[in-house]
Design a protein around this ligand. Structure first.
Ligand SMILES: *Cc1c(COP(=O)(O)O)cnc(C)c1O
Length: 367
């Protein structure tokens, strides 16, 4: 098991390398054993895919049956498709996939405190898993973050630091703190993606060990997008799957760096605001990798407007799915994809986050 390009043990204990004037992005590499089985045990969580996960001793695995969320066949617009219920995780978002694997890894290393920054859900999720592992954690969030997410992190015992300014400013402040602690970042730390890739494994297993034609995903920092790409590559390399699904990334038209980058449109990080706070990422640190994932999978980026997001958001709630605005953005993109692109196979998407954490957003629209 090693981090690509760097052979110092220090990396394990730091997760962040200061190089020149920049933080170096690390990738995580380890050998998957020959004849690895996708489902190697009877555990009803993402740890059923142990052969494909970093090796962690059983006593260090931090897990409360996360993963294996239901895959429902639904008709949310024009055509039926499959939706994965990732809003039902312990912390209310799919980030628990990454948190379970990353915090298990941190526990295995014997680390006792971490820092993390996020626009909300990643912080809440890391806070919950640190509580389970008895690791102390400091979470940095922008001041505007939905109060439900802040409350959740605090309730699980994390110290929450509200940062004056946007998501990027929050990251800067967290970087400084990370120099004296372990940076359990969901976008820099490559171990997080080892968890998010299980989304793809589950979809594959739930579709009777067949890849869908396309997967429609939110794209902020791309943790799920890159996880799916990684998971699909590993299954293809192991001879378990034979094709890569198209990865369709959904961004807000007010904040779409991936769309602009892929389509060679000039841009600065001077983007506007959106109700979809989970994908309001102006400078995704892994932007180039995200573009590669979309291109190599023959996918594309779909932009969605706030007005359409709101309509989807209200409609979903009336169907019983009270999700957060970012999840409604993804489903808006899914509907655009189903209406405008010819598909013959299965199309999969997800509810990424529970709406009960965004009641402060809901309240503005209800009377
Ligand atoms: C984090 C998050 C997203 C966006 O995921 P990225 O990894 O930043 O692309 C979408 N929806 C919800 C609910 C999230 O918490």
């Amino acid at each position: 098991m090693f981090f690509k390009g760097i052979d110092s043990l220090n990396v394990y204990n730091n997760s962040l390398i200061w190089h020149g004037n920049n933080y170096e992005l690390l990738d995580f590499e380890y050998e998957i054993k020959k004849k690895a089985k996708l489902v190697s045990n009877n555990i009803k969580s993402l740890w059923r895919y142990k052969d494909f996960l970093p090796f962690i001793d059983d006593e260090n695995i931090v897990s409360v049956s996360e993963g294996f969320t239901p895959l429902l066949e639904l008709n949310l617009g024009s055509k039926p498709c499959y939706i994965k219920m990732d809003q039902i995780f312990l912390s209310g978002s799919y980030k628990d996939r990454g948190a379970s694997v990353l915090i298990s890894f941190v526990k295995q290393l014997g680390i006792k405190n971490v820092v993390q920054d996020s626009s909300g859900n990643a912080g809440a999720s890391i806070a919950v898993y640190c509580a389970l592992a008895k690791i102390s954690c400091d979470i940095y969030v922008p001041k505007e973050t939905s109060s439900g997410k802040v409350v959740q992190a605090k309730a699980s015992g994390a110290k929450v630091i509200l940062v004056e300014g946007d998501r990027e400013k929050t990251a800067e402040v967290a970087f400084d703190a990370a120099k004296k602690s372990y940076y359990a970042s969901h976008c820099y730390n490559p171990v997080f993606f080892e968890g998010t890739k299980t989304f793809l494994f589950e979809v594959f297993e739930q579709l009777n060990f067949k890849m869908p034609e396309a997967i429609v995903l939110p794209a902020g920092n791309g943790t799920l997008l890159l996880g799916c790409f990684l998971g699909a590559k590993q299954l293809i390399n192991a001879g378990i799957a034979d094709n890569m699904p198209k990865l369709i990334a959904v961004q807000s038209s007010n904040c779409n760096p991936l769309y602009k980058f892929i389509n060679n449109e000039p841009f600065t990080d001077n983007f506007g605001s959106t109700i979809a706070e989970g994908i309001a990422i102006k400078k995704p640190v892994r932007l180039k990798q995200m573009a590669e994932a979309v291109k190599q999978s023959n996918g594309l980026v779909i932009n969605v407007d706030d007005e359409d997001i709101k309509k989807t958001w209200f409609n979903l709630a009336k169907m019983g799915f009270m999700v957060e605005p970012t999840s409604a953005a993804t489903i808006t993109g899914l509907n655009i994809y189903l209406q405008n692109y010819v598909t013959s196979g299965n199309v999969v998407s997800l509810f990424s986050g529970n709406g009960l954490k965004s009641t402060d957003k809901w309240i503005n629209y209800l009377n």
